[in-house]
Design a protein around this ligand. Structure first.
Ligand code: TYD
Length: 203
């Protein structure tokens, strides 16, 4: 028995958490066993790491510490939650996974996608999403959808968010089997229909 692993990805304000919820509900309604989870987080250690890495912008942190904290959360998530769930046949819907590190730390922060992949290789240990669905929205729309009290990463400027968006587009170009862009404009239901189309290949 082997489940499916779907990650929802996108810039801050893309609406991917809404889409993760709608997708999880739809899969459950279709009779799947669904595990909804998130990164950073998804385990007790991961949630503690989340509090540190997504603290208020006043907490300064070196880039290398940031990238390793996300990877540490991921190492725990893969071993304690994702692998066991997938082995049990669950459909896992994760709000973010390694492509977030590739886009945010690799492209956004400028560490480079390949360098961030190398830093994440042992954390991921071959447990990659069957499909990463990137909710792709124009910069001004994402900015308008972002929450008013930003964390360390949301508080970055528009140039950062634009590089993250470009990073996701590069990932979709480099790994077309595994990373799919979905147009995030329109109502939640309209976007959900596009997400369902994208994940239909996994059935
Ligand atoms: P997000 O998933 O957007 O949660 P919320 O909707 O509650 O704000 O927040 C996670 C933030 O962490 C987001 O800004 C992206 C960032 N992030 C990285 O920079 N790298 C990573 O590897 C992950 C998983 C997240």
């Amino acid at each position: 028995m082997s489940g499916r692993f779907i990650a929802l990805e996108g810039v801050d304000g893309s609406g991917k958490s809404t889409q993760a919820g709608l997708l999880a509900d739809a899969l459950e309604a279709a009779g799947r066993t669904v595990l909804r989870t998130r990164e950073p987080g998804g385990t007790p250690v991961g949630e503690l790491i989340r509090d540190v890495v997504l603290a208020a912008p006043s907490l300064s942190m070196t880039l290398l510490a940031e990238v390793h904290l996300f990877a540490a959360s991921r190492a725990e998530h893969v071993r304690a939650v994702l692998r066991p769930a997938l082995a049990g046949g669950a459909w896992v819907v994760s709000d973010r996974f390694v492509d977030s590190s590739l886009a945010f730390q690799g492209a956004g922060r400028g560490l480079g996608i390949d360098a961030v992949w190398e830093l994440n290789r042992s954390a991921v240990d071959g447990c990659l999403p069957d499909l990463a669905v990137v909710i792709d929205v124009p910069g001004p729309l994402a900015a308008a959808r972002r929450k008013p009290a930003p964390d360390r990463i949301e508080a970055e400027g528009e140039g950062f968010h634009a590089r993250v968006a470009e990073g996701y587009r590069e990932l979709a170009g480099r790994f077309p089997e595994r990373v799919r862009l979905v147009d995030g404009r329109g109502t939640p239901d309209e976007v959900h229909a596009r997400v369902r189309d994208a994940v239909a290949v996994l059935a």
